[in-house]
Design a protein around this ligand. Structure first.
Ligand SMILES: O=C(CO)[C@@H](O)[C@H](O)COP(=O)(O)O
Length: 221
């Protein structure tokens, strides 16, 4: 399993985002949480900041859109150069059309599931996607406690991906840390978003490497 680590800048200093990106240059992705204060009860950043970040870092940007009406707003993130754009299925009007549009604009298409959203109704859509994101906290805020109740869903997603022979990354996001990453990897996740565990540390790069090592050994066990 190829493990990838995506530090979430939600836990970084928003006045120093370029420095935050530099501090995690050992990561595979820079995860950017876009929140609209409607789909989730928090407001973060939007396209202009993502455009500035794209110019300020060599890391590929993984945009997690926690917004209403992603059908309307998500394609612009792909056009701007985000290499991965993830929308929430609970908010999308036409997820297949949206995934195709994102791919058509050169981005990887991701689809996110809130903790209480099952994957089974979307089994037939999986072939349209490049990444499935299983939220392991309620979306909206960093620093929340990991929800163990989501582990069986990670396993089910991995089973479905295998059953259909798909080349689909399985991302987990929320409360991922040295205490929880091994359980996520054992359940089948291969892309790990971590915010407070990385940016709350004195040496974010060291934490990135440590999380990668832990996930690699747990995922291959
Ligand atoms: O999408 C979200 C929150 O909604 C996440 O990306 C958080 O930013 C992860 O932060 P930690 O739980 O790792 O502190």
């Amino acid at each position: 399993m190829a493990v990838q680590i995506a530090p979430s800048i939600l836990s970084a200093d928003f006045a120093r985002l370029a420095e935050a990106a530099d501090a995690v240059s050992a990561a595979d992705w820079l995860h950017v949480d876009v929140m609209d204060n409607h789909f989730v009860p928090n407001l973060t950043i939007g396209l202009p900041v993502v455009e500035s970040l794209l110019a300020a870092t060599r890391l590929p940007i993984d945009c997690h859109l926690m917004i209403n009406d992603p059908d309307r707003w998500a394609p612009a993130y792909a056009e701007a150069g985000a290499k991965s754009v993830t929308f929430h299925v609970e908010a999308a009007h036409a997820p297949i059309r949206l995934a195709r549009e994102l791919r058509g604009k050169g981005a990887r298409a991701g689809m996110a599931l809130k903790p209480a959203t099952p994957v089974e109704p979307y089994e037939d859509l999986l072939g349209e996607l490049d990444m499935l994101l299983v939220m392991t906290v309620e979306p909206g805020f960093g620093g929340q406690k990991f929800l163990d109740v989501c582990l069986p869903k990670i396993r089910r997603c991995r089973e479905l991906i295998g059953r259909h022979g798909l080349d689909l990354w399985l991302q987990v996001d929320g409360g991922v840390s040295a205490e929880t990453i091994e359980r996520c990897a054992e359940a089948g996740a291969d892309v790990f978003v971590a915010g407070s565990a990385v940016f709350g540390a004195d040496d974010p790069s060291r934490v990135v490497e440590e999380l990668r090592r832990m996930a690699q050994s747990a995922g291959s066990a």
